[in-house]
Design a protein around this ligand. Structure first.
Ligand SMILES: Nc1ncnc2c1ncn2[C@@H]1O[C@H](COP(=O)(O)OP(=O)(O)O)[C@@H](O)[C@H]1O
Ligand SMILES: [Mg+2]
Length: 147
């Protein structure tokens, strides 16, 4: 990747499409590796995207994920129209989940998604409005010395 280059991707996601869970994160992972982004960074970005992807599928009607590759960081934003989150602090606690049996049967709903996004992000932001939707922003720095 040329150091000055920058690119943006935008993927829309339909709620309840569990058969597609992981597809977006896998695609973006491939693209970033092809662009020469260090593997350790790509792994963190893939976790963040996977978790927001599964959350949109699980708890929203529609949404999109936008990622922006800058010379020194990758910005991931996920925005959905859906049920929203009543208690954002609680939702970020490890193990807290409102996932129903259907979601759990498919192997999701361990309550680690937001906690992991936070852990893997250098900057993490979440906003939500009940009955409207949720916005998550994650910035992962590309530290060329460490990765
Ligand atoms: N996009 C979203 N829309 C509505 N609720 C959400 C969203 N993302 C997370 N939540 C709420 O926060 C809780 C914790 O999310 P997360 O940490 O990803 O764990 P899990 O998805 O396994 O339950 C979810 O159970 C859900 O109640
Ligand atoms: Mg989740």
């Amino acid at each position: 990747m040329k150091s000055e280059s920058e690119f943006v991707g935008n993927v829309s996601i339909v709620g309840h499409g569990f058969e597609y869970a992981g597809r977006v994160s896998n695609e973006i992972k491939k693209i970033l590796l092809e662009q020469g982004i260090p593997e350790g960074i790509v792994r963190r970005v893939a976790v963040v995207i996977f978790e927001v992807e599964v959350n949109i599928i699980s708890y929203a009607e529609t949404g999109f994920i936008r990622y922006q590759v800058l010379p020194d960081s990758i910005i991931i934003e996920a925005k959905d129209k859906g049920q929203g989150i009543a208690d954002i602090e609680l939702a970020q606690q490890e193990g807290y989940s409102t996932a129903d049996d259907k979601i759990r049967e498919m192997g999701f709903g361990a309550g680690m998604g937001l906690a992991n996004i936070k852990k893997f992000s250098d900057v993490f932001e979440i906003n939500s409005e009940v009955g409207k939707g949720t916005y998550v922003k994650s910035i992962i720095n590309i530290d060329k010395k460490r990765s």
